[in-house]
Design a protein around this ligand. Structure first.
Ligand SMILES: Cc1cc2nc3c(=O)[nH]c(=O)nc-3n(C[C@H](O)[C@H](O)[C@H](O)COP(=O)(O)O)c2cc1C
Length: 453
């Protein structure tokens, strides 16, 4: 197979103390909850010419199992709301993309379009929206529901939500605002487009009361991998955060989603697939293994059990720790692809419940690689060259050390192999990700989804 001509895209998935579930207990982990901690991480990633920093988010503290939650740093309690934080970080960064998570189940499309449009203008065109439907069951109780919204209903709402937001972002054409003192014309009415949306979930007249950004509009990212998740991504997203452990899973997912683009008039390069990787890197394999084991030893059984109960959608607290993971538990209404991924892993490697949580406590079901810079670069290169990814979301085990390790040890090796940039291609997120400047779908009459060029 011919070597790819494009280069790997890299995002830093920032979780304040690090992605390993016990990272907060490690003496080298920063407490990570202050603005300066995020300034440090954002500047580290930008100096390394990463494409993006990405912030996960939820709208509920996950404290149903308060004993386990009280032993974790990430129980759904985040130091900052992500759009607020990235708006602040936009003033201390220049090129790196700023991707925040926001829920289509528990937001309003007009306000969300405005907030991300504002972040996009504040940052000079570097905003991205990680569209989630909120698989977290606890979120429903903070927004007037008595039970979690059904998975299928969440995605039906998300489809319409995305169309409204995309339509609102096209309220004004790029050159609508003239600000012409001589003629007295501030904007050209012919370049203003009301949305006049009326659907099952939303009725939104528009226009959005904020102009388009230097990159046209924010980049839409999707992270769901169920059937409706993949379809929504193929129709509306320009980047996907995915979670696959094996090369086969990755290439299968990549071919599946890229294969869906044509029916929406979109081309292969209109969507970048960026699976997560949890890299533990050191100059020697034994040193990398020691680093990883030092984190593993800090995992408390309550926390490990709680983590796989959340990911598998099954409360495993009543099952023996050293017994098997239950066969065929009920389908979850939470994250379907994540349940499948965790249960397949347990079956594939014949893991007990304790072995399963030790296996995924770091990467939460993402791809985990422990080794030297060459080991990790080899794995990234293989997945990239075999079209299992267009880039990767780096989920450092511990912050800031894990991110600086990857930057100091793996990035130079990727550059030596000609796989990663030396300099940014542009100043907007689209320019650096290699995405087209979106035409204004209201101006061209291609309503709703992402308008093809
Ligand atoms: C890299 C990555 C990041 C994610 N970040 C969030 C997040 O911040 N908030 C959230 O509610 N869900 C997040 N998710 C979960 C997805 O939105 C989705 O619920 C999950 O992938 C299951 O989707 P599915 O039911 O379509 O398979 C993330 C998933 C991935 C792969």
């Amino acid at each position: 197979m011919a070597k790819r001509k494009d280069k790997i895209k890299l995002g830093a998935f920032l979780l304040f103390t690090g992605h390993h579930v016990a990272a907060w207990r490690h003496p080298n982990a920063s407490v990570g909850t202050e603005f300066d901690n995020y300034v440090e991480l954002a500047k580290l990633a930008e100096a390394a010419k990463f494409d993006t920093i990405f912030l996960a988010d939820g709208v509920a503290a996950r404290i149903k199992d308060v004993e386990a939650a009280s032993r974790k740093a990430h129980s759904g309690v985040y130091p900052f709301e992500p759009i607020t934080l990235l708006s602040a970080l936009s003033s201390v960064t220049r090129n790196i993309g700023l991707i925040a998570t926001a829920s289509t189940s528990y937001s309003d499309p007009y306000n969300l379009a405005r907030q991300f449009g504002s972040l996009d203008r504040l940052s000079g065109g570097r905003a991205g929206w990680n569209l989630v439907t909120s698989a977290d069951p606890d979120a429903a109780f903070n927004f007037g529901h008595e039970t979690q919204i059904l998975h299928s209903d969440r995605y039906e709402r998300a489809e319409e939500f995305a169309d409204v937001v995309l339509g609102l972002w096209d309220s004004w054409e790029d050159d609508a605002f003239l600000r012409d003192r001589a003629s007295g014309r501030y904007f050209d009415p012919a370049k203003l487009h009301r949305l006049n949306h009326s659907g099952r979930h939303f009725k939104v007249r528009g226009p959005l009361n904020i102009p388009r950004s230097p990159q046209g509009r924010p980049v839409v990212v999707q992270a769901g991998a169920s059937e409706p998740g993949k379809e929504l991504a193929a129709r509306t997203a320009e980047a996907i955060f995915a979670a696959q452990i094996t090369l086969e899973e990755a290439t299968g997912f990549y071919a599946d989603v890229k294969g869906r683009l044509t029916k929406y008039g979109r081309s292969h390069d209109d969507l970048k697939i960026l699976p997560g990787i949890f890299p533990v890197v050191a100059r020697t394999r034994s040193e990398a293994e020691e680093k990883f084991e030092a984190l593993q030893e800090l995992i408390q059984p309550e926390v490990g059990l709680n983590l796989i109960s959340q990911l598998s959608g099954v409360d495993l607290r009543d099952y023996p720790l050293d017994g098997p993971v239950p066969e065929n538990p009920p389908a979850t209404n939470a994250g379907k692809s994540r349940q499948a991924l965790v249960l397949d892993l347990a079956r594939r490697e014949n893991l007990t419940i304790r072995q399963l949580y030790l296996r995924i406590a770091g990467a939460r079901g993402h791809w985990q690689v422990v080794g030297t810079p060459d080991d990790i670069a080899d794995q990234l290169e293989e997945r990239f060259e075999n079209y299992g990814a267009d880039g990767f979301n780096i989920m450092s085990p511990i912050m800031p050390g894990g991110l600086s390790d990857f930057i100091e040890l793996v990035v130079p090796e990727l550059r030596r192999r000609g796989l990663f940039r030396h300099e940014y291609e542009g100043t907007t997120l689209r320019e650096n990700l290699g995405l087209k400047h979106p035409e204004n779908s209201r101006a061209t009459g291609k309503s709703g989804a992402v308008a093809a060029e």
